[in-house]
Design a protein around this ligand. Structure first.
Ligand code: ZN
Length: 138
């Protein structure tokens, strides 16, 4: 069995962002040489997500509005976590959007359903943060 590990770094210029990471994950898969197996992609930070959905800007705008209703960024004082930080909303948003995805690898390709793309969800940006890509198989 082959095993492959790589960290992908991102630096969103804004507090919140959705970044399509399908191509860099595909590049990892090609580099791994795995033809049949599994890819795990997870955020290595507790204020960021990795999730699969449609690459459609209206939907991303809907996610932003929906998450702001569930866990509004402000006022910062509404959260017990914000004693020394201001990112309680980012922890909550990350939990809703998820930590990781697993994608099947078939014949050397990411075996997606129709329209599936992998996204990095940033909820406390303006700094460098990592995503782990782990690939196992043969
Ligand atoms: Zn925090």
């Amino acid at each position: 069995m082959k095993s492959y590990r790589k960290e992908l770094w991102f630096s969103a210029p804004t507090r919140r962002a959705f970044i399509n990471i399908t191509d860099p994950v595909q590049a990892c898969l090609e580099e791994s040489g795995v033809r049949e197996g599994l890819v795990l992609v997870n955020a290595m930070h507790i204020t960021a997500s990795v999730f699969i959905n449609d690459n459609e800007s209206g939907l991303h705008s809907d996610f932003e509005k929906w998450l702001e209703k569930l866990a509004p960024e402000k006022p910062y004082s509404q959260y017990a976590h914000n004693g020394y930080e201001d990112n309680a909303d980012a922890h909550l948003k990350r939990t809703i959007m998820g930590r990781e995805v697993v994608v099947a690898v078939s014949e050397g390709r990411l075996d997606f359903g129709p329209w599936e793309q992998i996204f990095y969800g940033e909820f406390d940006g303006k700094r460098r943060k990592r995503v782990l890509v782990k690939i196992i198989g043969e």
